[in-house]
Design a protein around this ligand. Structure first.
Ligand code: ADP
Length: 163
């Protein structure tokens, strides 16, 4: 059975990501969730912070480990011998970009396949960007992320945490 990797920004990890992680961990022997260190973006959380948050939310999943990478996903996949890349699909708006990326990665790393898991309906609207924006304006993010992640987001954005 296959070893899978779920790459992403996870800035921060949301309930939508966690749902994909749980479902993928039931399908594959081992799952590595890997934080992309994208130097072109200025993230809210550092790579180390994002890795630590993922470790906390995946604590109870014995076949899940957390990693990070920079550079091309295809190179990372080839170097580590992953057979499957997991991506989540929320809406048709995700599809065009994801299809292009999957096809490019298959050219660059022919031994690996991309497997898409469709979002659970209750998370279809949810993105890290939404969570950051709602939190930045002091809104309630308790439906979007676990409490321990919400605490870290508000701590980062202090002093505008709602009372
Ligand atoms: P985002 O900032 O859009 O959340 P990420 O790079 O962190 O992006 O996402 C990593 C992967 O997780 C992508 O394949 C993305 O489509 C998927 N994903 C993100 N949010 C959800 C969600 N709510 N439901 C399903 N998949 C999701």
């Amino acid at each position: 059975m296959a070893n899978a990797v779920y790459p992403g920004s996870f800035d921060p990890v949301t309930n939508g990501h966690i749902d994909i992680i749980h479902r993928a961990s039931r399908i594959f022997d081992s799952l590595t969730v890997s934080v992309l260190n994208n130097k072109a973006k200025s993230p809210l959380f550092s790579v180390d912070e994002r890795v630590n948050m993922l470790k906390d939310v995946c604590r109870d999943l014995p076949n899940v480990r957390i990693d990070s990478f920079s550079g091309l996903l295809a190179d990372y996949v080839t170097e580590n011998g992953y057979e499957v890349v997991i991506r989540g699909l929320r809406a048709i708006t995700d599809f065009e970009y994801e299809l292009q990326m999957a096809q490019t990665n298959r050219k660059l790393s022919p031994k690996a396949d991309t497997v898409f898991l469709t979002t659970s309906l209750e998370y279809a609207y949810l993105s890290s960007t939404t969570v950051r924006e709602v939190a930045a304006f002091g809104g309630d993010i308790s439906l979007f992320v676990p409490d321990l992640i919400a605490d870290r987001i508000y701590a980062k954005l202090r002093p505008i945490k709602p009372e």
